[in-house]
Ligand binder design. Structure first.
Ligand code: S3P
Length: 447
């Protein structure tokens, strides 16, 4: 999509003043994708308030339109989704361009897998490197057929099953995308589709499927695994959804405020679903002042305003059990650790190697260039912090972001804590998840 069509947009991020005031980050990306998809399968009109208008979510909306849903933005910023009903997806006329978005691709493959349509998925250079076998395997068991590029990658063509069969599938990898792809395929499959999740991952699909009226149960088995059962072919009931602020976007401002001296910032309306919020606990364990104010519920999800003050951080060993609940936050945690006192050790991060980029390798290269002391391991990173000193890189050589929004934003935050700034080779990928990131940095007084 646009990220590969336009020329790269490099930018140098430099230390200026403390971050102060109150900001609001845009809507949660995971919840936004799901609200469009389920709205498009309900009979009637779903209203979504606070939808993330990032490129990834817009790719999902375009694909659902191509398969028959009517999706429109209202003048007040709400989105209206008129659904086609479970089983009602139409044959798309052309390829579905997923841009940079793994979530759009994998979840939509699930939807298509149990509809009698054929869809071709294409994406940018980053997405075209990512593994799809993790979803084509279970969806093949349901009855869908796939033709993929060598290595099970995009471009790929899915032909949905005429008569899908319900499966019981134990997730071999902790992935909410794989779980959700199977559950979404289960929506148009007669009978009960079961996903067994040994390690819990974000549960937005389960919450929202229930919210739309699907019959979904979650049970913990004798081994402690979550057993999720969905009864197929429900009539989904349209909803009014309010999307909470994205904790994965708030994370960049939380870390920025912790590491820029004198900062005192409130980030309003941050989603704190326990399957997403582990970064904030880790940062508190490092000595970060992060106080949740005005805790409440928005759209069936826990939400609070986070009050963050600049803090002296010290290194920690991060429990690998926390990884799924902060899987997208490691790039920015590495930045916090780079300026902390002492050593931070992380492990169990194999999945980071198959995100929008290999985030262990990309952050190792980027932080080294920025002057941090980092060592890469097979499944993590060991970081010796600067003890509160600014990072000492020259700031001249551009950091490679590899079409990865979170590398770009994490290293922008590193720039705020650097003696001579950090140059990012390309800021365009930021628009996939957080189009107003740079504007908000300006508002908080740092850009
Ligand atoms: C997501 C799940 C995670 C996460 C991604 C969004 C989702 O991916 O990294 O940004 O919305 O389900 P995995 O399922 O690959 O861990």
């Amino acid at each position: 999509m646009s990220a590969s069509a336009a020329p790269p947009l490099p930018r140098r991020f430099v230390a200026t003043g403390p971050l102060t005031g109150r900001i609001r980050v845009p809507g949660d990306k995971s919840i936004s994708h799901r609200s469009i998809m389920l709205g498009a399968l309900a009979v009637g009109e779903t209203r979504v308030t606070g939808l993330l208008e990032g490129e990834d979510v817009l790719a999902t909306a375009a694909a659902m339109r191509a398969m028959g849903a009517t999706i429109e933005r209202q003048a007040n910023g709400d989105w209206l989704v008129a659904g086609v009903g479970t089983g009602g997806l139409l044959q798309p006329a052309g390829a579905l361009d997923m841009g940079n978005s793994g979530t759009s691709t994998r979840l939509l493959m699930g939807l298509v897998a149990s509809h009698p349509v054929t869809a071709c998925f294409i994406g940018d250079a980053s997405l075209s490197k990512r593994p799809m076998g993790r979803v084509t395997r279970p969806l093949g068991e349901i009855g869908a057929a796939f033709t993929t590029y060598p290595g099970g990658r995009l471009p790929l063509i899915v032909t949905g099953a005429e008569t899908p069969v319900p499966i019981t599938y134990r997730l071999p990898v902790a992935s909410a995308q794989v779980k959700s792809a199977i559950l979404l395929a289960g929506l148009n499959t007669p009978g009960v589709t079961t996903v067994i999740e040994p390690v819990p991952t974000r549960d937005h699909s389960e919450r929202m499927l229930r919210g739309f009226g699907a019959d979904l149960s979650v049970e913990i088995d004798d081994d402690g695994a979550r057993v999720i059962r969905l009864t197929g072919q429900p009539e989904l009931v349209p909803q009014a959804i309010t999307v909470p602020g994205d904790p994965s976007s708030a994370a960049f401002f939380v870390v920025a405020a912790l590491i820029v001296p004198g900062s005192d910032l409130v980030i309003e309306n941050v989603g704190l679903n326990p399957t997403r919020a582990a970064l904030f606990d880790v940062l508190r364990a490092m000595g970060g002042h992060i106080v949740a104010l005005n805790a409440r519920e928005v759209g069936g999800e826990p939400v609070a305003d986070l009050h963050v003050r600049a803090s002296e951080l010290h290194g920690v060993t991060v429990d690998p059990a926390c990884v799924p609940a902060m899987v997208d936050e490691f790039p920015v945690l590495f930045v916090a650790a780079s300026v902390a006192h002492g050593r931070t050790v992380t492990a169990g991060l194999e999945e980071l190697r198959v995100k929008e980029s290999d985030r262990i390798a990309a952050m190792h290269a980027a932080l080294t260039l920025a002057g941090a002391h980092v060592a890469e391991t097979a499944d993590g990173m060991i970081i010796d912090g600067s003890g509160g000193q600014r990072l000492a890189g020259t700031g001249d050589a551009a950091i490679a972001t590899h079409l990865d929004h979170r590398i770009a934003m994490a290293m922008a935050v590193a720039g705020l804590a650097s003696a001579r700034g950090v140059t990012i080779d390309d800021t365009r990928p930021i628009a996939t998840s957080f189009p107003v990131f740079e504007a908000l940095l300006g508002e908080t007084g740092t850009a």
